[in-house]
Design a protein around this ligand. Structure first.
Ligand code: ADP
Ligand code: X2W
Length: 262
């Protein structure tokens, strides 16, 4: 069964209707696509930090992560958010299993730039055996984006980058579900983007904030041979079913200089 990594952004998680989660089950049953869920939770982390009066800030879409921030990141991502998605899918009859990237050596990472970002990591390895073992038993893995370094340090990973690394390793399609209908430019959704155009849009500041790691992760995936990377709005009706059926929606990433018709 081919795999699809579905990255659910924190921007939209709270608003996703039941139909979105039902779609996850349907793509498995009707389209024989094996889903791997990777979730974010940026806004929920920021809200929890605010409640605890811990200051937080972002550099190019990455949260500067001190030790106290890291504790809250893990609590929110691997705790409430991971469990609520897993519960929702389980209540619909799926064999959903929530795991952290730090479990079973699933994700290992090294510090990206400690002086600037603190405990933020970039993925070094994905343990595909763990995922294959779960998928082989018809489980739907629901993954929170934390990783361990070689010496056992927890690291905060941007969920887009975690999803991209998993898609690359599993040779899976990558669907990035967010709160906008795709990458916007001058008021319109760009139906296609190449890695070159991605860097140009970032330079022009047409792509900012959390969209920066998203488009960079998407471009890198395509350059590494991932066949399908799409950014879509999770609120569009049956977005996942339409993607599974080959429908055109959101922003699709393509290789440099490749002519595409869909
Ligand atoms: N060119 C762009 N097109 C669309 N969204 C953009 C663009 N530049 C910045 N953004 C912002 O990126 C946000 C999505 O990123 P983010 O909030 O990190 O989402 P998620 O939590 O789903 O990963 C959008 O809501 C929008 O505010
Ligand atoms: C390093 C870094 O920025 N980590 C993110 C992890 C969550 C995430 O990426 O959530 P979204 O998908 O909702 O943006 C953070 O701390 O917010």
């Amino acid at each position: 069964m081919p795999y699809v990594v579905i990255k659910c952004g924190g921007s939209i998680l709270n608003q996703l209707p039941d139909a979105f989660f039902e779609n996850i089950l349907q793509i498995k049953q009707q389209y024989q696509l094996d889903p791997i869920i990777v979730h974010g939770g940026g806004p929920a982390i920021s809200a929890a930090l605010e409640k605890m009066r811990i200051k937080t800030r972002f550099i190019n879409g990455m949260r500067v992560t001190t030790e106290p921030v890291l504790n809250v990141v893990e609590m929110v991502l691997s705790g409430s958010i991971n469990k609520s998605i897993t519960r929702k899918l389980s209540s619909m009859g799926a064999k959903a299993i929530g795991i952290s990237g730090t479990d079973c050596g699933l994700l290992t990472a090294k510090k990206l730039d400690y002086d600037k970002l603190g405990f933020v990591g970039e993925i070094e390895s994905v343990n595909s055996h763990v995922l294959q073992a779960l998928l082989g038993q018809q489980f739907i893995p629901v993954i929170s984006p934390l990783a361990l370094s070689k010496n056992g340090q927890r690291l905060n990973i941007n969920a887009d980058l975690a999803a991209a690394a998993i898609a690359k390793k599993m040779n899976a399609a990558l669907w990035m579900v967010t709160d906008v209908p795709g990458v916007m430019h001058e008021g319109k959704v760009l139906p296609h983007l190449t890695p070159e155009q991605v860097e140009m849009l970032i330079r022009k500041k047409a792509v900012t904030g959390g969209m920066i790691p998203k488009v960079r992760a998407a471009a890198e995936c395509i350059q590494s041979g991932v066949k399908e990377v799409v950014i879509v709005n999770g609120m569009e009706e049956n977005s996942l079913l339409r993607l599974a059926g080959g429908g055109k929606m959101g922003t699709k990433f393509t290789g440099n200089g490749v002519l595409i018709d869909g």
